[in-house]
Ligand binder design. Structure first.
Ligand SMILES: [Zn+2]
Ligand SMILES: [Zn+2]
Ligand SMILES: [Zn+2]
Ligand SMILES: [Zn+2]
Ligand SMILES: [Zn+2]
Ligand SMILES: [Zn+2]
Ligand SMILES: [Zn+2]
Length: 1756
């Protein structure tokens, strides 16, 4: 049915109507009528169903065109009163636009926020505005938009500074006051008003219409049709796959169509899936409903009359039209706002805008989007109406939110999402709070939605159903709204604002009361808990509210009266929560050290305890704020503190802290992970500010108002330790209490935790209000303590610090004062290191350290101290003073109960063993003692007169215990302990304490006697002892360093053992060679003054003396490389490559038919071979590989997981270095050559060779049973006699051992298989060719690499590449033996024919289409198959030289034909020799011109020509030198071991070529002239020259990865305008840039999947096959991540080359710091690519991180 509809034309009826229709006349008629709405409705009723929705697949452009002509045009005529284009242009001209930018963001577009000036993080700029703003120079953050929202440029409330960019700078100062309607005529206003109100009402009527089969009054069509649509609606319940599957069944469509339907439904919210009569549609509907109703609620489907759908389509069109029209003039926009917000006849909340909002959740996605857009561009752009709209929005708030909570669409598709646009505007937010009581409304609405409570009215999340959980998730967005409202604090408080805020605050307290004590836990004894209780919901709520709670406090803090009122309210809420908190609790009296206190008995280990105490914590926060105020300093009696009951305040926070301590002590193990997680979050940086930190403050507040002895007794009692310390003989604990080891252990931990808590209560003073500190002191101290653990990157620090509601930590302001920045290298990241002078702030018992942090920091700090040669003692730091309200806390240190506790622990510590005390316990006691002493010291220093002697810690600790115990004083105990051998580790600290005591005593005495103190008061003895110790330490340190060095050397040796040995061997070999070569008697030409690598004069190795011995990495046995020995192989990796390609557009070849014999000079596809250089016996490797195979099979059966290598295609990891490999190269010795002195010259040689090939031709023809050939021809061929000594019937002996033969086949077949991507077939004639071209390609790519890295040609290659190249070339020269002789011979004949024309060879390419180096390598390597038949004494060395000469001449010609010398450059005068060369090159050029009948440009002089020839041929000479070096083993002359001058001469000498290469031609003119002519007459040459754009020119430049912009946001911007090429204008979700060719792809998406070799693959994978022969390097722009792909199954992510100012990458773009290109890192990626290491890199990454293996790379 769909097909039948496809080609439908616009109905002819309409065509005639369209021809007769006049928009002008219609508009004129409308001007006359009385009832305009009725008239317009009639018009719409008539035309809309005729234009829209006449079935599926009608061309939408037609619809748009007709709608424009028949519907919009009359309205525009009416509105303008004249030709619309003219009228609108006039409007636009007279418009004075407002200064708001208002650019609406597309998905993925970059947005910028200034961290210094934005009012809040939701204030953003578009890229255009940002670049023209002052914020470019500030600290900014960059993000990608999720779509929606607009640019805030020009909004003065959004920016503290620089609200305008250059473009939006206002030119009239009072533009906001001006009425935009002023310069519009009254008639125009009236007409606009008429048309807007009719159209908007029409759109609202139709979009909110819920009947499927009829239309609103006045819109019933004159003739009613009988067609229907089956409309499918979007929901968030069913998956893509479910929908696609169902549609295929229900409407009989293909999968592709179904995907299309599903995509549209997902995007627009609905899509008609069938068109026809009612029955037909109803049938489809029932199938869909039946198919989707099984588990969930069914998909929503409606059968709708086509006219209803038609009007809905046009209604959307009309809204769009309104949006377009108002762009012409702010006046029109204002009229539209007025129309929209005008109250309807039904009274309150009945405007058209209200109607739309209230129906929001009933509309489909597409409709919502359209009208939200219109709201954004109208109501939110007009300052006056934005306010009115905000009021309406607030009035409807509760209803809108309830609708949203019930709806299932994401919030971005809900009208509630507009809240951010209004609530974040400070003036609007305050207006809404005061006038609409918005704060209270939001909070009440929120609380109303969480109705599930326990008996005490607290939230109960535990038994949530799935639906309640869903609702809970959605209702959280209200917290976001509350945050917006609070985000900017008022600077001045109007009375009414204070009133309404406090009302909101009270509502907020109601919310917190529902949380106070929720999710209580009870310790599980005996059995483990059966089911982990739900805890996440409560913590989610806590986390979401964290910033709100903080902001509430900040609001309160900004006005003293508000603060005091809020404090009172909070206190009464807390009292209410705990009313009767002693109910049922048994009152008890505790007494210790002569003090006693009344409290209750409460065992946390037996009764309920909750972690959630938000009311207490809010009060703690307010208390600290109150303590900061003027009042607290001056008139604390005015504060509402008298109502406080300190024991009540501390009770619940204390219980919570004890719970944590007990968990650490292992008492709550049976409660499972739920509790572990809760306590983790309680301390976590995301929650601790409003949880743990506030509990501590509450304890401090309570304790400061209590007798410290009472406080400590209550603490002991809650810790369940009271009985230990209260008993008279507690000091003798160890002797009695040995009953249960576990209990002892438990109590030890509890004592440690309790002591730690005391340290924190007295020592944590860095909260403003608690201590006398600034806000920045707190953050500084946090950073210092993080950096005390280790140096950290910026992002690590950010993660460790709490963020405020603006996502700021405040770190940047202070970081430089406490840390030094160290820049990153090519890897790693920038690090902050603690400034040495800040180390003194270090507090081992910093309250935010976890136990692990603490021990790491302790170790690090001690190490630093040791390194600096200091004492490694870590005494407590000097602390700031307490604020007055908290001042009394210091007395805890010197109170009797604490001293009792400290004394007891010291007493226990006298006994070395027994486990009744712990090192940590003692360490904490010593720390507390240290704190007491420092406190006293500070008191002494700050007191001007001696009146302040109330704090006398030294006195207290010097006092012995009272009767009857008569225990020694603490000081006495310490003096004893300092000599105890079992306390070695604590001696430093004890000594420090004693020293400090002595110091304080002298100070006191001095001040008492008013004499200046002599601070250097330690005794002689002490210094001596210190010296001794320092010396001991130094020696120990030296010994340690020596040990470490030896260990390091040993492990390094182990690691490099094999490599080093190999190098050693090679070294000694070369020495050996050097000595032997000098004494060679039979080759007089090898005098070492001229090193030549090719030709009869070449350097010859010393025959049998040349032994090469290697070690197998698997069995460690040594083996000599011999022709008849055991085969040794090199692990190798073969891959296809396009790295050097000069033509990425060349279509991929057909692997079965492709003839690789001649490489095109564009090098578009090559085969690269690399190796890690590790050598094995072939049989050892085979055993290893079989084992890998077997293991892999077992693993796949068992686990069905992938590995980083694919065993099935022969891949394995090198057993030593785990480098990815897929074959092995056999190692071969150098071939021996004989050399007779009498060799033919070039001409003779060419002749002989030609004869030889002719003879072979006929021989081949005879052996091939080819009936097509005529007998005569065969006979005539037979006629030519082979030259002397050429034995056609000779069969050469295969000299190799069987294992080497086997390996020759193995490697040959692998090269063939991988290079051509075919199935292995060792018989294929292309096997040897692939080996030769791989050899040539690999040498070429290495030569390029050396040029790019500016390294010399010889001597700079790493061993592994050296070994690889030499084995590759030697293999190349031997591989003919493994193939059929005749095949290799025929290859040779074809190759030679490219240079020496041969009538019997067809399809020879022209010389422009041949890469000459490839040709040379193939000729040289295939020649042995011919040479072996020759016994005439002609040397193969001669042949190699002549091949080189011929190919060089051909290359010269090739370069001359393709070079366009640039004559613009100034010529320079050249010297004599150069002059000759210039002339000769000119001559040759002119000869070529004559051959080509002047198709070449005329050249006046040879200067440029010579230079381009020399530059063009240099790479060829270099690669050739490498090739012959590895083939013949001739050492290279020293000039080639360095970069720079003399290279040319050295190369020519080494290659036995004249340094004026042109001589090659002139010396053999007679022979070469006809060849030249032959080359030029090839039709391909003319063709190539004609089409000069595709010509490859020489030298070929190295390929680069594409240029990247310096600023990352330029890339984001580029990607944001990229649309998916397949789904017509849709934004791509994962735009991905190919770094090789610059193509942007739509990755990781259904739409762009294609089929590749039978698999569905994503755009990136598909692209790699076209662009990179299977290897790809991409940049995922949204993620800021580099992606490496290889094949379909391998990939890894790699650090992007973009860094922020802190030297860090931002993978995932989460932090949003500006990113800039780091050239070094980009070059590193480029180098990986150029050296063909991408696949290897992926292999290593996947081995290191197994999760990478599981990623579905092929769909990226
Ligand atoms: Zn803008
Ligand atoms: Zn702007
Ligand atoms: Zn700024
Ligand atoms: Zn071995
Ligand atoms: Zn290896
Ligand atoms: Zn796509
Ligand atoms: Zn590409």
């Amino acid at each position: 049915m769909a097909a039948a509809e496809n080609d439908r034309e616009v109905p002819s009826v309409l065509c005639s109507e369209f021809l007769n229709f006049s928009a002008k006349d219609t508009a004129a008629k409308w001007l006359q009528v009385d009832n305009l709405p009725k008239e317009v409705y009639q018009h719409l009723a008539c035309y809309v169903p005729k234009i829209y929705c006449l079935g599926p697949n009608l061309n939408p452009q037609n619809e748009d065109l007709l709608a424009q002509l028949l519907l919009q045009s009359p309205m525009e005529w009416y509105l303008c009163g004249e030709e619309p284009t003219t009228g609108l242009a006039k409007l636009e001209q007279s418009n004075q636009p407002s200064q708001l930018c208002g650019h609406v963001f597309k998905v993925g577009e970059p947005t910028y926020s200034c961290r210094d000036c934005a009012a809040d993080p939701t204030c953003v700029l578009c890229m255009q505005c940002f670049l023209g703003s002052v914020h470019k120079e500030h600290r900014y953050r960059m993000t990608t938009s999720g779509g929606g929202g607009f640019c805030d440029c020009g909004d003065t409330e959004a920016w503290k500074k620089g609200p305008y960019c250059q473009k939006h700078e206002p030119n009239i100062s009072d533009s906001s006051q001006r009425d935009p309607l002023a310069n519009l005529s009254d008639e125009m206003i009236a007409r606009t008003y008429n048309v807007f109100s009719i159209i908007l009402k029409y759109a609202v009527d139709i979009l909110t219409w819920d009947k499927e089969d009829e239309l609103p009054e006045g819109l019933e069509p004159p003739v009613r049709g009988h067609s229907y649509y089956c409309m499918l609606f979007n929901d968030e319940v069913h998956t893509y796959e479910q929908v696609i599957y169902t549609l295929q069944k229900a409407v009989n469509c293909t999968q592709k169509e179904a995907v299309g339907f599903a995509t549209t439904v997902d995007r627009d919210g609905r899509k008609s899936v069938r068109f026809g009569d009612f029955q037909f549609c109803e049938q489809a509907k029932s199938v869909i409903v039946r198919n989707t109703s099984r588990q969930t609620k069914p998909l929503r489907v409606q059968v709708m009359h086509s006219s209803v759908v038609a009007h809905q389509c046009f209604a959307l069109k009309a809204l769009n039209w309104l949006g377009q029209i108002i762009k012409f003039s702010d006046a029109l926009r204002r009229i539209l706002c007025q129309v929209g917000l005008q109250r309807g006849p039904e009274g309150e909340n009945s405007s058209l805008v209200d109607k739309l909002m209230l129906c929001d959740s009933k509309m489909w996605k597409g409709a919502r989007n359209v009208y939200h857009q219109l709201f954004m561009s109208s109501l939110l752009m007009d300052p006056k109406y934005k306010k009115l709209f905000a009021i309406q929005f607030a009035k409807n708030y509760e209803r809108l939110q309830s609708d949203y909570v019930k709806d299932d669409h994401d919030r971005e598709f809900s009208v509630t999402d507009l809240s951010v646009q209004m609530f974040t505007v400070p003036s609007l937010a305050r207006m809404l709070i005061t006038e609409e009581n918005l704060m209270t409304t939001i909070i009440r609405t929120f609380v109303d939605h969480l109705r599930h409570r326990d008996l005490q009215g607290r939230f109960q999340f535990e038994r949530y159903t799935a639906q309640q959980a869903f609702k809970f998730r959605r209702v959280q967005s209200l917290i976001g709204d509350l945050k917006y409202v609070l985000i900017s604090r008022p600077t001045e408080w109007a009375d009414q604002l204070g009133e309404k805020f406090l009302e909101g605050f009270e509502a907020f307290l109601e919310l917190l009361k529902c949380m106070q004590g929720m999710d209580p836990v009870v310790r599980q004894v005996g059995q483990h808990i059966e089911m982990e209780p739900e805890w996440e919901a409560a913590f989610t709520l806590q986390m979401k509210l964290t910033h709100i709670i903080s902001m509430m406090q900040e609001w309160c803090a900004s006005d003293e009266r508000v603060l005091i009122e809020a404090y009172k309210k909070c206190l009464s809420a807390l009292t209410h929560c705990h009313s009767g908190f002693t109910d049922g609790e048994q009152p008890i009296t505790l007494s210790m050290c002569g003090h006693s206190v009344d409290t209750i008995r409460y065992c946390i280990s037996q009764e309920k305890v909750s972690i959630h105490l938000p009311v207490s914590r809010l009060l703690a926060g307010l208390h600290a704020l109150l303590s900061k105020t003027e009042v607290a300093y001056r008139f604390p009696e005015l504060l509402p503190l008298s109502e406080l009951s300190p024991p009540m305040l501390i009770e619940h926070p204390l219980r919570c802290l004890v719970l944590c301590a007990q968990m650490h002590a292992g008492m709550w193990r049976r409660n499972g992970f739920s509790l572990v997680n809760q306590i983790y979050y309680y301390h976590n940086v995301k929650c601790r500010v409003e949880m743990f930190d506030k509990d501590l403050i509450m304890l401090q507040a309570g304790a400061s108002m209590m007798d410290p002895n009472h406080f400590l007794m209550i603490v002991l009692s809650r810790f369940e330790l009271y009985h230990i310390f209260s008993s008279a003989d507690c000091r003798k604990r160890y002797s009695r209490d040995n009953a249960n080891k576990d209990v002892v252990q438990q109590n030890n931990t509890l004592i440690e935790e309790m002591l730690h808590l005391v340290i924190m209560v007295v020592g944590e003073r860095y909260t403003a209000g608690v201590g006398q500190v600034e806000g920045t002191d707190e953050i500084k101290r946090e950073i210092v303590h993080q950096l005390c653990i280790r140096p950290m990157a910026h992002s690590e620090l950010v993660k460790a610090l709490p963020e405020n509601e603006n996502k700021e930590t405040g770190m940047e302001r202070v970081i430089d004062s406490v840390a030094l920045f160290k820049k990153p290298g090519v890897t790693g990241r920038g690090l902050y290191k603690l400034r040495p002078e800040c180390a003194k702030m270090f507090n081992l018992y910093f309250h935010h350290y976890s136990r692990a942090d603490q021990s790491k920091a302790e170790e690090a700090q001690r190490k630093i101290k040791r390194q600096n040669g200091e004492d490694s003692v870590l005494p407590p730091p000097v602390l700031p003073r307490f604020s007055p309200l908290f001042g009394s806390l210091v007395n805890i240190l010197q109170c009797d109960v604490l001293l009792g506790i400290l004394g007891a622990v010291l007493q226990w510590a006298m006994e070395p063993s027994g486990g009744h005390w712990s090192e940590s316990m003692l360490q904490r006691v010593l720390h507390l003692l240290g704190m007491g002493l420092l406190e006293e010291q500070q008191h002494l220093m700050s007191s001007t007169d001696d009146t302040d002697t109330s704090f006398n810690f030294t006195l207290k600790i010097s006092r012995p215990g009272e009767a009857p115990g008569n225990t020694p004083s603490i000081l006495a105990l310490l003096e004893t302990l300092q000599n105890a051998p079992h306390l070695e580790v604590h001696k430093d600290m004890i000594r420090w304490i004693l020293k400090t005591v002595a110091h304080i005593k002298t100070t006191r005495e001095c001040t008492a006697s008013a004499a200046p103190a002599d601070s250097s008061g330690h005794s002689q003895e002490e210094t001596v002892r210190d010296k001794d110790k320092a010396e001991r330490k130094r020696k120990a340190e030296m010994a340690r360093l020596r040990r470490e060095k030896i260990m390091a050397q040993m492990s390094a040796m182990q690691r490099h053992f094999i490599n080093e040995n190999k190098e050693l061997f090679q070294q000694s070999l070369e020495e050996l060679n050097a000595t032997t070569s000098a004494s060679l008697e039979h080759s007089p030409s090898t005098c070492d003054s001229t090193l030549v690598c090719v030709g009869p004069r070449r350097w010859h190795a010393g025959g049998s003396d040349r032994r090469q011995v290697v070690t197998c990495i698997l069995c460690q046995e040594e083996q000599e490389i011999r022709v008849d020995g055991k085969a040794m192989v090199l692990a190798a990796f073969i891959q296809r490559s396009t790295v050097m390609s000069k033509n990425r557009k060349r279509p991929p070849y057909n692997p079965d038919k492709y003839d690789p014999l001649f490489m095109h000079p564009d090098l578009s596809f090559g085969t690269h071979t690399g190796s890690c250089g590790h050598i094995m016996h072939s049989h050892c490797w085979q055993r290893y590989f079989e084992a890998v195979q077997a293991k892999e099979q077992r693993r796949q059966q068992r686990l069905r997981v992938h590995t980083s290598y694919d065993v099935e295609s022969g891949e394995f990891l090198c057993p030593l270095c785990e480098c990815l490999s897929n074959t092995v190269i056999p190692l071969l010795p150098l071939t021996k050559t004989t050399c007779s002195t009498d060799q033919p010259d070039l001409k003779q040689w060419v002749n002989i060779t030609y004869q030889q090939t002719k003879a072979l031709h006929s021989a081949h023809r005879k052996t091939t049973p080819n009936s097509d050939e005529g007998d005569e021809e065969a006979d005539s061929a037979h006629d030519c006699h082979p030259p002397d000594g050429f034995k056609l019937d000779h069969t050469p002996k295969n000299p190799y051992s069987s294992t080497i033969k086997e390996m020759l086949t193995t490697f040959g077949t692998s090269t063939y298989k991988v290079g051509l991507k075919v199935h292995p077939n060792e018989q294929d004639p292309r096997v040897p060719i692939m080996c030769w071209v791989s050899c040539a390609y690999t040498i070429q790519s290495i030569e390029r690499l050396l040029v790019d890295e500016e390294k010399p040609l010889f001597g700079s290659l790493p061993c592994r590449q050296d070994d690889c190249l030499s084995s590759l070339t030697r293999f190349g020269s031997a591989c003919w033996i493994a193939s059929s002789q005749a095949v290799v011979q025929s290859h040779f004949i074809r190759l030679l024919a490219a240079l020496v024309p041969d009538s019997q060879v067809e399809n020879t390419p022209c010389i422009l289409d041949i890469d000459m180096f490839h040709l040379l390598v193939s000729l040289v390597l295939s020649h042995p198959a011919l040479h072996c038949l020759d016994s005439s004494g002609m040397s193969s060395d001669t042949a190699q030289l002549y091949f080189l000469q011929l190919v060089t001449v051909a290359h010269l010609v090739q370069i001359l034909l393709t070079s366009i010398p640039e004559e613009v450059q100034m010529e320079q005068e050249s010297g004599g020799a150069e002059r000759v060369e210039e002339e000769s090159v000119c001559m040759l050029y002119n000869i070529l011109r004559t051959h080509l009948s002047s198709r070449l440009r005329e050249v006046s002089s040879g200067w440029h020509l010579l230079r381009s020839v020399k530059a063009g041929i240099l790479p060829f000479l270099r690669t050739t030198a490498l090739f012959f070096h590895y083939l013949n083993g001739a050492p290279a002359p020293p000039e080639l071991h360095a970069v720079g001058v003399g290279e040319w001469e050295a190369l020519c000498g080494y290659l036995c070529l004249p340094s004026n290469l042109l001589q090659l031609y002139y010396n053999n003119r007679e022979l070469l002239e006809p060849l030249l002519q032959g080359w030029c007459s090839h039709p391909g040459v003319l063709q190539g020259l004609h089409n000069s754009t595709t010509l490859v020119r020489f030298p070929r430049e190295s390929n680069h990865l594409i240029e990247l912009p310096e600023d990352y946001s330029a890339l984001i911007n580029q990607a944001s305008s990229f649309t998916c090429p397949k789904s017509g204008g849709d934004k791509s979700r994962a735009p991905t840039l190919c770094l090789v060719c610059g193509a942007m792809l739509c990755s990781q998406s259904y739409c762009c999947q294609t089929e590749l070799e039978g698999d569905d693959v994503g755009a990136c994978t598909a692209h790699t096959f076209a662009c990179g022969a299977g290897v790809g390097i991409f940049l995922r722009v949204r993620e800021s991540q580099v992606l490496f792909l290889a094949g379909k199954t391998k990939g890894c992510f790699y650090a992007p080359p973009y860094l922020d100012d802190y030297g860090e990458t931002d993978q995932g773009l989460r932090r949003g710091n500006p990113l800039h290109l780091c050239q070094e890192r980009y070059r590193k990626i480029q180098k990986l690519w150029r050296q063909h290491s991408i696949t290897e890199e992926i292999g290593h990454a996947q081995e290191a991180n197994q999760t990478l293996v599981g990623i579905d790379w092929q769909h990226l």
